[in-house]
Design a protein around this ligand. Sequence first.
Ligand code: ATP
Length: 326
Amino acid sequence: MKTEILSMLRAADGYVSGQQICDRFHVSRTAVWKVIEQLKEEGYEIEAVRRRGYHLTGSPDVMSKAEIESRIETKWAGRNVFYYEETDSTNTRAKALGEEGAPHGTLAAADAQSAGKGRRGRGWESAPGKDIYMSILLKPQISPVQAPMLTLVMALSAVEAVKEETGLDAGIKWPNDLVINKKKICGILTEMSLEEEQISYVVIGVGINVNHDEFPEELAGRATSLKLESGKEWTRAKLVAQVMEKFEKNYEIFLKDGSLAGLKERYNGLLLNKEREVRVLDPKGEYTAFALGINEKGELLVEREDGRREAVFSGEVSVRGIYGYV
Ligand code: ATP
């Protein structure tokens, strides 16, 4: 009921009477008052005026199950929300939910992570109260070799959401980092579970630096946040809902042919490495090449200095700009 009352207050342009809320949910005035008090404790600014009702005058950047749910408008992406004040890693939570049979589209989100994960065993700095840490559980009917493409589907969705929400000039560093002004604002980590060579579920984790003010020294040179770039604080739950909305649409395009064919053009349009020199950090040997863009499998097409063309697969490889991170 908290979620619905919050949605009702947000949708109203002014006051919502206590009676209206009582009638809608068939509860007493006292029950409504209690929910309003809880919302105030969570940080919402709600005016209560006799005979007029309740008016939501301010929603600071609250993260909670009700806040996220009240903003989600998708069919399945993020419809079933699990929220944690602090957890080890939302990917770990989403995987556990997958094991328990939670439905496709379930979202695990947290205010803080104690063991945030990056690719290849790296960590993800996950301070409390400022940023987005979330993982979506998917049950796609695709083969395991297609699963890494979902990382790119999420990168595209996240960058589209960030651009629409903030107007900031964000782009993608292949395959899955979001970058503003050559610094990283978002990382994505996809993990899957197989059963007899079939996918039982996929988890895509997304960490977005939203209202972060300061990074530890070792990251400061290549990490930034939406706040640092814009000078403004952003409402995390709103951005979570935007990412879910974009992802649901893009995922459905991806599923049509199980490839990035229908998304490639938009992805390449936002790819910062495109038509630039890159350093391909291939464990079999690093090299410099000219990046052309992705193909429908999500591989980065590059032209080496001797003219040979290669399709770089993301699993083992990172790319860097010639003079820096991008
Ligand atoms: P790269 O190509 O930069 O190596 P990656 O995709 O392999 O990126 P990720 O798994 O996305 O790496 O992210 C992990 C790395 O990101 C860490 O090793 C660290 O350098 C950096 N990092 C950790 N926390 C943050 C953060 N909150 N914001 C930006 N960067 C971070």
